[in-house]
Design a protein around this ligand. Structure first.
Ligand code: SF4
Ligand code: SF4
Length: 433
């Protein structure tokens, strides 16, 4: 297999195809701390793309409760188990790795799903390019939200409900919501496994699509996607997956983008919890992210590392990034998001002026923000914050104005850090009480 460079693993990695990179990459940041599991995103996607016969069980976007559940059921537990067998020394990070701009988390010393395939399957099952499994029908058809909002931990420790404590840095009783869709991976498992060459990554935006005319329904992509985001449709006998709402990203919505302004996907645009921000990041010919401090995604992911990839150890270099939840035991989070967890949570616990500014942009416009700027405002508050290590810190809040610009460098949003208040006039209104 050729070698490709995976910056999330901090090293080169075996992959069935040579490196080839798009001009820009569809990517997104989800702030787990803010999700209320309303499933508005799930239904926005379902009512747009998967409302037809044969798609009944398909949720290209879903929000599941962790640590239980998942859709299909236990998808991550199963692939992690397989990966553990292929990595008898553990899935270790760090030793031997150089931490730098191109490998901010150090080096992953275990085997990715591509490197583990040969050892795991052996000769008996024939050559396989990717470690994976096909979920059973029950795993797909049990309700997608099975075990929703089931907490773990000792509910009655010391005779008191919730162990008598619900204090940061981590809670004794906990769960959290994980928002999931196709990660439009840099090195997709689905694409690597397809024997028909039916899956491709668009050169303009890195969106991963299945060519429905070439697909023969072998379900190799369903087996190989470690996130289980490729799905089989019995009525057409082909596989389908999230299409990244590509007509919106292309600016083809005649009503919302009359001048061709790229829009965020449906699941991003509807989020009432304001946890989601999607973007397009520029990629150079070597496959590196082009440094751009004023692209909101570049700033959060690469410069500040406040948002982390989901299961980077799988090796697909997923392009979905998460601000991890503050209250969850760190060992669990580190398995899920890699070694950058402490750093990300520490920054999020007491965001400085620059971070607070960029965080204001979440869900303020349907247009994709390509650049933003900050106009400095006066200091309006000082807040005492307890940091994850128990120490105290003073957060200074400035009422800065944050301005977002679209692809054509035209202002598409303007917000202030301090939410403006409006006093209603004294006269009666229809909805007055
Ligand atoms: S719409 Fe937003 S807040 Fe609601 S479940 Fe989806 S990600 Fe969470
Ligand atoms: S998340 Fe799965 S379906 Fe999406 S690109 Fe990655 S491997 Fe393919």
């Amino acid at each position: 297999m050729p070698n490709v460079y995976n910056w999330q693993l901090g090293r080169a990695m075996a992959y069935p195809y040579e490196e080839a990179h798009p001009k820009s990459q569809f990517a997104f940041v989800f702030n787990i701390n803010r999700c209320i599991a309303c499933q508005t995103c799930t239904m926005a996607c379902k009512s747009t793309w998967t409302f037809s016969r044969g798609q009944e069980y398909m949720y290209w976007n879903n929000v599941e409760t962790k640590p239980f559940g998942g859709y299909p059921h236990n998808w991550d537990v199963k692939i992690l188990d397989m990966l553990n067998k292929a990595n008898p020394d553990g899935q270790r990070w760090g030793a031997g790795g150089e931490v730098g701009p191109e490998s901010p988390y150090g080096q992953f010393n275990g085997k990715s799903i591509f490197e583990a395939a040969e050892k795991y399957y052996g000769e008996a099952e024939g050559a396989k390019r990717v470690l994976g499994y096909l979920p059973t029908q029950e795993e797909w058809t049990t309700a997608p939200n099975i075990h929703e909002e089931t907490a773990v931990g000792d509910l009655f420790e010391g005779g008191k409900q919730f162990g008598g404590s619900a204090q940061l840095p981590t809670h004794k009783v906990w769960f959290f919501y994980l928002q999931r869709l196709c990660n439009h991976c840099t090195y997709p498992g689905c694409l690597a496994a397809c024997p028909r060459g039916a899956i491709y990554k668009r050169p303009e935006d890195g969106i991963v699509l299945i060519d429905q005319n070439r697909c023969n329904g072998y379900r190799k992509c369903v087996e190989a996607c470690p996130y289980k985001k490729a799905m089989y449709r019995t009525t057409t006998r082909t596989s389908e997956k999230c299409v990244g709402c590509y007509p919106r990203v292309e600016g083809k919505d005649p009503e919302l983008s009359p001048n061709g302004e790229p829009l965020e996907t449906r699941c991003m645009a509807v989020c009432p919890g304001r946890i989601r921000m999607q973007g397009l990041v520029a990629i150079d010919e070597q496959g590196h992210w082009v440094a751009d401090r004023w692209n909101p995604l570049y700033y959060m992911i690469r410069e500040r590392q406040i948002a982390l990839p989901l299961y980077p150890q799988f090796g697909t270099e997923p392009n979905g990034y998460y601000i991890p939840p503050r209250w969850v035991p760190r060992a669990y989070l580190k398995q899920m998001f890699g070694p950058g967890v402490e750093h990300a949570i520490e920054q999020y616990s007491c965001p400085d002026r620059d971070l607070l500014a960029v965080l204001q942009l979440f869900r303020t416009t349907q247009q994709i923000i390509f650049r933003y700027e900050v106009v400095k405002g006066p200091k309006v508050a000082e807040i005492e914050v307890t940091m994850p290590d128990g120490s105290g810190k003073t957060q200074e809040i400035y009422n800065d104005t944050v301005i977002g610009y679209n692809k054509f460098n035209i202002e598409c949003v303007r917000v202030t850090v301090e939410e403006p208040t409006f006093e209603r006039p004294a006269e009666l209104h229809v909805n007055s009480i």
